[in-house]
Design a protein around this ligand. Structure first.
Ligand code: GLA
Ligand code: GLA
Length: 686
C-alpha cells in the first residue's frame, strides 16, 4: 500500500510513469500580491520544482470568520500550479488557529507547567486535547478535503505542520482530563497506577483518579514516573490528533497519501516518531543544521534515523534550508556546496524528495531573515543558481527514486523511552545527553569509514552483526530478553553506562547495576561514579596506542563471570586499575560494556577492538576512510553508492568503480571529490 502510494506521488499529477525525485518547498502565495504568482510558477519550472506544500498557515485566510469561507485564491493557485506541471502537497491548514477562534474560544490555548497561558500572536497556540479545537480543526479538514478531493494538482495531504513543535507539553485542565483517561487505559486500576508511580514515596498515594494532574510546577522534583508517563501521553495525544485529521482525509480522499512532517533533528524529543510512523502513508521529515563541530554528522545521523523510522523505505525531506535560518542565536549562511551536499545526504539516506522551507523569502513576519529558494535578492543570485543546479542534479538521480536503503552491518539503537527517562531530573548527573552519546558513536563509525544504520527498538535487530545501544536506560524485561537472545545467537552487543538500569515504570532493577543486563554482561556495579564538570578519567585502551579520556560518567565495575575480558582500564582516579570496558563472550556472539563517555575520538580508538570479533571493516579505500561517508541505496538490479566528502580538502577515490551519475573524475578516470562534494555511482546489484 505504502509503496504504491509513494510511486503515485513520485509520478506527479500528470501521470508520467517515469520515477522521479520530488523537488520543491513550502509555498506561501498568500504573502504575495497576485502578480508575483505567475513569476513564481515560471521560476519553479526553471529550478526544476515539481511539488510544493501549500496552505500550511492559511487558516485565517481560508476561513476569515466562523461561517465564512474563502477558497477562491487557493482554487486559483492550485489551478496555476497544475497548469505549470507542479503537484501540490496540500496542507490541512490547521497548524495555526485564526484570531477569531482564539478570541471566541480562549479555552483552546495551551497552558505551561506554571499555569501561564500561551497567547496567540505567534503560531500553534492550541491544546492537543482541546475538544473545541479538535472540532474546529476537523471541520476545516473536511472542507479542504471536500473542495480539493478531485483537484488534479493534489498529490498528497500534509496534516497540520510539525505537530508538537511549540505545543507538545500542555498542562491545562483539558490535558489533566485527557491524562487521567490515558492513565486509566494504561493501568485500569488505581492500585496499579500507585504501584507504577511508586506513590508510597513522599505521601503521593492517590485515592481517586480525579486527584491526578499533569506534572505541573511543583515544590520539588515531581514524581519521575508521572513525568515519564506525561511525556508518553503528550506524544500520544498529538498522534491522536494526527489520526483524527487523517481519518477525515481517508474517508473523503481514500486514494491520496497522507503525511505529516516529523522533526527528527537536534534536541526535538517530545514526539516518539518510531511510534507515529505506522499512522501515515509515508514518512516526512524536516531538518535544519545547527552549526557546530558535528553538524554534518548530525545531519547524516538524523536522516539515517528517519530511514530507520520509515523501515528502510523511501521518505520525504519536507523541509530544510537553502542557507541561514532565523531562529538560532546567530544564523550563519551556508557555504558554497553545502546546499547540494546537505540535500544529497538526505537522498542517500532514503529521501525521495528534497524540499525547503520555503519557496520565496518573506518580506515581512518573523521568518523574513530565513533563507528560501528565491532570496530577497531575487532570481538573479548565486543562491537561486545553486537551487536550479540542484534541480538538475536531482533529475539525473531520478533512477534512485523508490529504491530502499541497503542495510549496514552495524546498527545503533535509538529509543525515545530511554531518551526521555535518562535525561529526567534527580539523577546521578544532570549533564547526560542521550542523543549526543548516540551521535558520538555514529561520528566514530564515520571516522572509521564504517556504515551504520540508526534504528529503533521496533526494528528487526537480528539483521545486524553488531548492535550498539548507547544509554539504553529503560529496559523492560522483554527487551532485556531480546538483547540476550541476540547476543547468544551470535550478535555482538555493545552497550554503555546507565543502560539496563530501570524497567518501563522507571523502577530500578535491583541487585546491582545494570540490573536487567547484569548476567548478559557478566559484570556488577554497586555504585555509579559520575564526574564533575571538567573532571576526566584516563582510560588505558590496553594494547591500543594512546589513552582515551572519559568524561561525565564512570562505574565501579566488578567482573562476575571469569569469561569476561577487560578491554580497557581506568588509569587513575577513584577507580584506577578497575575495568572501564568489558566484553563477555556468548558463544558465537558477545556483550560489551563501555562505562564512561569516551567521545568521538575515544570511541574511534576503541571501536576497532569492539568490532573485531564481528569482522566488520570499512568498505572505503584506504585514503578515503574518515574523510568520506559512504551510503548505499539499492533496487533489484542496482546499487547506488553515495560518497560524501566530509572534509574541506579534495579527496581522490581510487578503486571505486561504477557508472558515475553525479560527480567528476580526474584525467586518469579516478573519481575525485572536491571539498564538501558528493559523487553518486551506480553498480550492478550484489
Ligand atoms: C519549521 C516550520 C516552518 C518554518 C521553519 C523555519 O520547520 O515547519 O514553518 O518555521 O521551521 O526553519
Ligand atoms: C532532606 C529531606 C529528606 C531527603 C533528603 C535528601 O534532608 O528531609 O527527606 O529528601 O533531603 O537529601
Amino acid at each position: 500500500m505504502i509503496s504504491t502510494l509513494l510511486s503515485q506521488l513520485r509520478h506527479g499529477p500528470d501521470g508520467d510513469p517515469t520515477p522521479r525525485l520530488a523537488y520543491g518547498a513550502d509555498y506561501n502565495p498568500e504573502q504575495w500580491p497576485r502578480e508575483v504568482w505567475e513569476e513564481d510558477i515560471r521560476l519553479m519550472q526553471e529550478a526544476g520544482v515539481n511539488i510544493v506544500s501549500v496552505a500550511i498557515f492559511s487558516w485565517a485566510r481560508i476561513q476569515p470568520t466562523e461561517n465564512e469561507w474563502d477558497f477562491g485564491w487557493l482554487d486559483e493557485i492550485m489551478d496555476l500550479l497544475h497548469a505549470g506541471g507542479i503537484g501540490v502537497d496540500l496542507a490541512t491548514a490547521t497548524a495555526s488557529p485564526p484570531p477569531w477562534l482564539s478570541t471566541a474560544q480562549p479555552e483552546i490555548l495551551p497552558v505551561t507547567a506554571s499555569g501561564e497561558t500561551l497567547w496567540p500572536g505567534a503560531r500553534q497556540h492550541w491544546r492537543p486535547t482541546s475538544p473545541v479545537f479538535r472540532e474546529h480543526a476537523l471541520r476545516l479538514v473536511r472542507k479542504m478535503a471536500e473542495r480539493y478531493a478531485n483537484h488534479p494538482a493534489l498529490v498528497a495531504w500534509h496534516v497540520s505542520n510539525e505537530l508538537g513543535c511549540h505545543n507538545v507539553y500542555d498542562y491545562s485542565d483539558d490535558a489533566a482530563r485527557a491524562f487521567r483517561d490515558w492513565l486509566r487505559a494504561r493501568y485500569t486500576t488505581l492500585d496499579a497506577l500507585n504501584h507504577a508511580w511508586g506513590t508510597a514515596f513522599w505521601s503521593q498515594r492517590y485515592s481517586d483518579w480525579e486527584q491526578i494532574l499533569p506534572p505541573r510546577l511543583a515544590a520539588s522534583h515531581p514524581n519521575p514516573t508521572q513525568q515519564l508517563d506525561f511525556k508518553r501521553f503528550s506524544s500520544d495525544v498529538l498522534k491522536d490528533h494526527l489520526r483524527a485529521e487523517r481519518d477525515v482525509l481517508r474517508e473523503l480522499t481514500p486514494g491520496v497519501p497522507v503525511t505529516t512532517n516529523f522533526m527528527v533533528m537536534g534536541n526535538t524529543k517530545g514526539m516518539n516518531y518510531a511510534d507515529w510512523a505506522a499512522e501515515i502513508d509515508f514518512v516526512s521529515n524536516d531538518h535544519y543544521v545547527v552549526p557546530g563541530p558535528q553538524d554534518r554528522d548530525e545531519l547524516s545521523f538524523s536522516a539515517n534515523l528517519v530511514s530507520g523510522i520509515a523501515g528502510g523505505r523511501p521518505w520525504f525531506l519536507m523541509e530544510h534550508s537553502t542557507s541561514a535560518v532565523n531562529w538560532q542565536p546567530i544564523n550563519v549562511a551556508k557555504r558554497p556546496g553545502d546546499l547540494a551536499r546537505d540535500s544529497l545526504v538526505h537522498v542517500a539516506h532514503g529521501a525521495d524528495a528534497v524540499c525547503f522551507f520555503q519557496w520565496r523569502q518573506s518580506a515581512a513576519g518573523a521568518e523574513k531573515y530565513h533563507s528560501a529558494m528565491v532570496p530577497h535578492a531575487g532570481a538573479d543570485s548565486e543562491l537561486f543558481r545553486a537551487v536550479a543546479g540542484l534541480g538538475q542534479t536531482l533529475k539525473t538521480l531520478a533512477p534512485v527514486a523508490g529504491t530502499e536503503r541497503e542495510p549496514a552491518r552495524v546498527g545503533i539503537v535509538f529509543d525515545w523511552d530511554s531518551w526521555w527517562a535518562s535525561e529526567q531530573d534527580s539523577h546521578p548527573t544532570a549533564q547526560l545527553s542521550y542523543r549526543q552519546e548516540a551521535l558520538d558513536w555514529y561520528s566514530a563509525l564515520l571516522a572509521l569509514g564504517i556504515r551504520a544504520d540508526v534504528v529503533t527498538t521496533q526494528t528487526e535487530l537480528d539483521r545486524y552483526q553488531v548492535l550498539i545501544t548507547p544509554v539504553l536506560h529503560v529496559m523492560p524485561a522483554p527487551l532485556a530478553k531480546e538483547l540476550t537472545r541476540y547476543a547468544e545467537n551470535g550478535g555482538h552487543l555493545i552497550t554503555t553506562y546507565f543502560s539496563g538500569v530501570v524497567d518501563e515504570n522507571d523502577h530500578i532493577w535491583l541487585g546491582g547495576y545494570p540490573g536487567a543486563l547484569r548476567e548478559l554482561l557478566g559484570i556488577r556495579i554497586e555504585e555509579f561514579g559520575p564526574l564533575l564538570d571538567g573532571e576526566t578519567a584516563d582510560v588505558d585502551l590496553d594494547g591500543v596506542d594512546g589513552a582515551a579520556t572519559g568524561t561525565l560518567w564512570t562505574d565501579r565495575i566488578s567482573v562476575t563471570d571469569p569469561a569476561v575480558e577487560v578491554l580497557a582500564h581506568y588509569r587513575g582516579g577513584t577507580y584506577a586499575d578497575r575495568p572501564a570496558v568489558t566484553r563477555r563472550p556468548t558463544g558465537q556472539g558477545s556483550a560489551a560494556y563501555v562505562s564512561t563517555r569516551l567521545g568521538t575520538d575515544g570511541l574511534t580508538a576503541l571501536l576497532p577492538k569492539l568490532l573485531a570479533p564481528a569482522g566488520v571493516h570499512s568498505e572505503l579505500p584506504d585514503g578515503a576512510r574518515g574523510s568520506v561517508e559512504l551510503i548505499v541505496r539499492r533496487s533489484a538490479d542496482s546499487r547506488y553508492l553515495f560518497l560524501v566528502n566530509r572534509t574541506d580538502e579534495t579527496v581522490p577515490l581510487a578503486g571505486v568503480s561504477g557508472d558515475l551519475l553525479v560527480g567528476r573524475t580526474d584525467d586518469d578516470g579516478t573519481v575525485v571529490l572536491a571539498p564538501r562534494d558528493v559523487a553518486v555511482l551506480r553498480q550492478p546489484a550484489l
